[in-house]
Design a protein around this ligand. Structure first.
Ligand code: NAP
Length: 522
């Protein structure tokens, strides 16, 4: 089966054989995708001309109602999507839930948030600014939807969540979406978009889909568009540097890879509840989605005096994770998404192993449950121990996109903070401590290098949402190497898809304009 693109108001099949999408457990082909032969510049222009005005004619509340309709359609087809996530991504039930329900939940969150923005069609900062002696002359800032399109280029690990977390915010903002999921797992994105299109949820041109290569799409962007990219730092650099994007000043948001860390506080002992919570969280982050989460814990910093105990506890817990074909009920961790990713992860493990000792797992010699290693893409859960992280380089710089984490001992919090900063900017840091003063100090020390800080102690141990889980009400993104971007964060997410314009004039005129706006702080 060759999956189609939805562009210029219709389903269009790309020419040529296309690129094969495979089942990472069996190696069998599940579909093909191609965008070849399609005029992507014309497709982008169609989205701008048809989808944009149609969405902008609606209020935030009305656009929110469209998102709610999409939620209904997607929820009704959930089981079908879980099956696709198994066949094309090797997802366990838990993995599929995170991706599929995460996407639907984010759409739902923005559908509800729309209610707060009401009948307005544009936004406004609170208050007015006086600039002259004459009080009649004042200024204010309004936010209007961009006139172009939102181009969403996504990574392979979240074909549902990645698509909908971006689309929800753009569509609510009044900006049409051209979604370009990663080719290797595009079958799920395709199936979901197909259902929403067949149900006639959005106006024509508001939701568009490219399957297969993005080809020359970036060359067709202009200064009215906004590109939101999620993927590797390497691709981000290439796309950011695109001549057309640079010359026309196209907005560009990057969510790239990162060396997220978790800190076990110096106050913790093996008897503390925080010790068990830490072991549980590191294991979960290593094994959920086979570690293919941009937010997964890659570096676990532990007090040197507890290093042996943490190593033993993690090793014991990881040994209980059955890895293999998710169709087998005993299996808790599935494969990587394809053999190219498997090879890249194995290479990465070999690189880390030059600076760190492999405690469990490793780059080869592994027999998955119910799967043939000759065709499948499994990597064993791999824990490494870097005895001298101050001297290490790769352990702070190489993101192995798989079930891989490096333990690092630290002596004193100042050393831990310095090690954390060596990641060069990451999406998330978590801190496990029962001591409020340590929690406060560590938060402020780690915040400049992380987009999110998660504080865990016994009291929130059961209710916390997880180191790697992105919640729509909180911002997602990280400084430096993580791309310097920002997504979601409730109403703040709308900022990327709006133009802030300073309006100066007679106060009563500004007040008149302000009446039509929803007042927010973006
Ligand atoms: P990737 O190879 O960089 O690809 C990302 C996307 O870029 C894919 O859709 C890819 O399309 C597309 N692409 C590649 N070249 C392009 C070009 N010249 N023009 C337009 N689009 C182009 O990344 P990946 O391997 O899919 O994802 C894994 C990486 O993503 C990891 O490093 C991970 O940390 C990061 N990630 C970050 C986040 C976050 O939120 N920060 C979330 C998830 C993943 P094709 O598939 O067709 O090549």
């Amino acid at each position: 089966m060759k999956i189609s693109n939805f562009l210029m108001g219709e389903w269009r099949e790309g020419s040529g054989p296309g690129i094969a999408l495979v089942d990472p457990v069996t190696g069998e082909e599940v579909a093909r995708a191609s965008s070849d032969g399609i005029d992507l510049e014309a497709a982008l222009d169609y989205a701008r001309r048809q989808g944009g005005p149609a969405l902008r004619a609606l209020s935030y509340k009305e656009r929110g109602a469209l998102l709610a309709k999409a939620v209904e359609v997607l929820t009704a087809n959930r089981e079908k999507y879980a099956d696709i996530a198994l066949r094309n991504s090797g997802n366990t039930k838990v993995d599929a839930t995170i991706d599929i329900d995460g996407g639907i939940g984010t759409l739902n969150f923005y559908a509800r948030l729309a209610g707060k923005l009401g009948d307005a069609k544009y936004l406004k900062d609170p208050g007015f600014e006086r600039m002259a002696k004459d009080e009649a002359f004042q200024g204010m800032h309004i936010w209007v939807p961009l006139a172009g399109a939102a181009i969403h280029i996504n990574a392979f690990n979240f074909p549902s969540w990645g698509l909908w977390e971006k689309a929800a915010v753009a569509i609510l903002s009044g900006v049409p979406v051209v979604a370009k999921p990663a080719t290797s797992t595009a079958l799920l994105s395709y199936a979901m978009v197909r259902d929403v299109i067949e149900a006639d949820v959005f106006p024509k041109g508001a939701l568009n889909l490219i399957v297969g290569s993005a080809r020359d799409l970036m060359d067709a962007t202009n200064g009215t568009d906004a590109v939101a990219f999620t993927g590797s730092a390497e691709t981000a650099i290439k796309l950011r540097a695109n001549g057309a994007t640079l010359a026309r000043g196209t907005r560009f948001n990057t969510e790239a890879d990162s060396l997220n860390m978790s800190l076990l506080g110096p106050d913790v002992t093996t008897a503390s509840p925080e010790f068990d919570l830490f072991i549980k969280e590191v294991t979960r982050e290593m094994t959920v989605k086979a570690g293919q989460k941009c937010t997964a814990i890659r570096r676990a910093l532990v007090p040197a005096k507890l290093a042996n105990e943490v190593t033993a506890a993690l090793e014991a817990r990881l040994s209980k994770i059955a890895t293999g074909n998710p169709r087998n009920e005993v299996v808790r961790m599935g494969p990587l998404v394809n053999r190219a990713q498997q090879a890249a992860a194995q290479d990465g493990i070999r690189t880390l192993a030059k600076e760190a000792k492999i405690v469990t797992g490793g780059a080869g010699g592994f027999s998955p449950v119910d799967a043939d290693p000759k065709f499948s893409a499994f990597v064993a859960p791999t824990l490494l121990y870097c005895a001298d992280p101050k001297a290490g380089k790769a352990v702070h710089e190489v993101e192995v996109f798989g079930p891989v984490c490096t333990l690092m001992p630290y002596n004193g919090l100042a050393e831990a903070y310095a090690l954390a900063a060596r990641g060069g900017g990451s999406l998330v840091a978590s801190i496990f401590t029962a001591d409020d003063a340590i929690a406060a100090e560590a938060t402020l020390a780690l915040a400049p290098y992380h987009g999110r800080v998660l504080l865990i102690d016994e009291k929130v141990g059961a209710s916390q949402t997880g180191h790697g889980i992105v919640m729509p009400m909180m911002t997602h993104g990280g400084p430096g190497r993580a791309g310097g971007g920002e997504e979601l964060g409730g109403v703040r997410g709308l900022r990327f898809y709006h133009q802030r314009t300073a309006v100066q004039g007679r106060l009563d005129r500004l007040q008149g304009l302000g009446i039509g706006a929803a007042e927010v702080i973006l």
